[in-house]
Design a protein around this ligand. Structure first.
Ligand code: NAD
Length: 477
């Protein structure tokens, strides 16, 4: 049963895949690989161009479905579909740029090359909070790289996945017979169906997005069978606000990053590390801004904060606030609201918690709008605090001091996959590689050279001479 977090109402009933139907979809993907890998990459790009067209013409409907199913604000619902369109555009260009290398050989009459070839069927496991964009980051690249995709969306957001598959099917029908059956499919079900993708030898790469708990289970199982993985796991993202920061900008960035998507982004701002000199001017402004945040039905574009995904999530937030308070934190906000209107939905006031130290509760990712605030006196101390968590996804500094900004970005600075200056930690563009270090899993998706994860690298040496010189000058016989 699928429920909308907006009011807790049932919106659909779906039948889960069984082990047999899952097996058939994986078998079809493995079969599709045999022909799809032979279709020229620029022609594969044409399919993704058509997918981008379908997404453009259905942006509004799909964006609304995203909001209905996962509860993010309608602006963010549309934004998520726009991100899908952007990655399709990127992948179309990429389909003509899957460049290899020409390498100087030490032997006369020899030539060395490095070529990127299709890898095999790719499994995508995704989380509820970006129900469609994460699939497109993977699928658009995988398909131009020559790999079929089997997608196991979150059990909390299967409808948006079926809608994406329907748009893909339309694009494939327009594309023609070159698009084999099984090139893209969706597995409906919970983690037990996800485990089938993880353990199946016919799946060459699993790109898994979700909690660190999930990654801890999935990572070793993939390693056990020497499969490739892209792990995109939890974050615990911080902002350092220095004495020279533009506080006006900082407050706006904090609001979007900490309360946007009701704090349910992997890149949501969770920790604010504020210099003692600006603490008293920043924190009261923040409290004032928090007090005025419109909370409510995310379909109403005047509301900036929608509901949490479910009751478990609300209970997790309440437990974290109680624990932080027991550790000496001073909590502002955090109460449940609109419960009389929506007894089966979980709307909350975003919470600010002034902490005496970075405790275990602060180090843990609670997937809800809680912002822990801590003080610092010098930048080394602030960077050490920022890095002293198990996760390593996103980070940022607000400063107008060039030296501080560069120190933050240097080898001894932020240890995260994403490090921003005068921009919050969330809301990445698709052109850059997306992902993080440490318990965030180390994977990279989307832009830059992330596409290489979906291909296999082949080094070839061609001898066009009539001799057979050995490398390293070895004489043999
Ligand atoms: P989750 O870990 O509960 O579930 C994610 C997906 O993994 C779901 O599809 C689920 O069915 C599947 N799954 C869970 N255990 C599995 C197993 N043992 N084998 C196979 N599949 C399994 O996460 P969630 O609550 O949907 O999402 C929130 C989490 O995702 C947060 O921790 C957030 O930071 C993280 N996230 C990370 C990124 C990123 O790019 N780093 C992006 C979005 C969300």
């Amino acid at each position: 049963m699928v429920r909308s977090p907006i009011d807790g109402a049932e919106i659909a009933r779906l039948t889960d895949d069984t082990p047999d139907t899952a097996d058939a979809k994986i078998a079809a993907a493995a079969e599709a690989f045999k022909t799809w890998r032979l279709v020229p990459a620029p022609r594969r790009g044409e399919l993704i161009r058509l997918l981008g067209e379908e997404l453009r013409s259905h942006k509004e409907a799909l964006g609304k479905l995203v909001t209905l199913e996962c509860g993010k604000s309608i602006q963010e619902g549309y934004g998520e579909v726009q991100e899908m369109i952007d990655i399709c555009d990127f992948a179309v260009g990429l389909s003509r740029q899957l460049y290899g290398l020409s390498i100087a050989s030490e032997r006369p009459g020899h030539r060395m090359t490095e070529t990127w070839l299709p890898l095999g069927a790719v499994g995508v496991i995704s989380a509820f909070n970006f129900p469609v964009a994460v699939w497109s980051w993977n699928a658009a690249l995988a398909i131009v790289c020559g790999d079929p995709v089997v997608w196991k969306p979150s059990e909390k957001t299967p409808l948006t996945a079926l809608a994406c598959q329907a748009l893909f099917d339309r694009a494939a029908a327009r594309f023609g017979a070159d698009a084999p059956f099984g090139l893209s499919s969706v597995l409906i079900g919970d983690r037990s169906i996800g485990e089938r993708l993880v353990d199946d030898k016919r799946i060459a790469l699993v790109s898994a997005t979700g909690s660190t708990r999930m990654g801890r289970e999935v990572g070793p199982r993939l390693a056990q069978r020497f499969a490739r993985s892209i792990l995109e796991l939890g974050g615990n993202n911080a902002m350092i606000v220095t004495p020279s920061a533009d506080l006006e900008l900082a407050v706006r960035a904090i609001l979007f990053a900490a309360v946007g998507t009701a704090g349910q982004r992997c890149t949501s701002l969770r920790r604010l590390i504020v210099h003692r000199d600006v603490y008293e001017s920043l924190v009261p402004r923040l409290k004032e801004a928090y007090a005025g945040i419109p909370i409510g039905n995310p379909m109403d574009s005047s509301k900036l904060v929608g509901p949490l995904i479910d009751r478990d999530s609300f209970e997790g937030m309440s437990r974290a606030l109680a624990a932080a308070s027991a550790e000496g934190g001073i909590v502002t906000g955090g109460a449940r609201v609109l419960a009389d209107q929506h007894p089966d939905a979980y709307y909350v006031e975003p919470a600010l918690v002034e902490m005496p130290a970075q405790t275990d509760t602060v180090r843990h990712e609670t997937f809800a709008p809680i912002l822990y605030i801590m003080l610092y006196d010098n930048l080394d101390e602030a960077i050490a605090l920022q890095n002293d968590v198990p996760q390593g996804l996103s980070s940022c500094i607000f400063t107008t001091d060039l030296r501080e900004a560069e120190r933050f970005l240097a080898a001894s600075g932020s240890d995260c996959g994403i490090a921003n200056v005068n921009i919050g930690p969330s809301g990445a563009e698709i052109g850059g590689a997306f992902g993080g270090e440490k318990e965030t899993g180390g994977g990279r998706e989307s832009g830059s050279d992330s596409w290489k994860a979906y291909m296999r690298r082949q080094t070839a040496t061609v001898n066009y001479s009539d001799a057979l010189p050995l490398a390293q000058g070895i004489k043999f016989g």
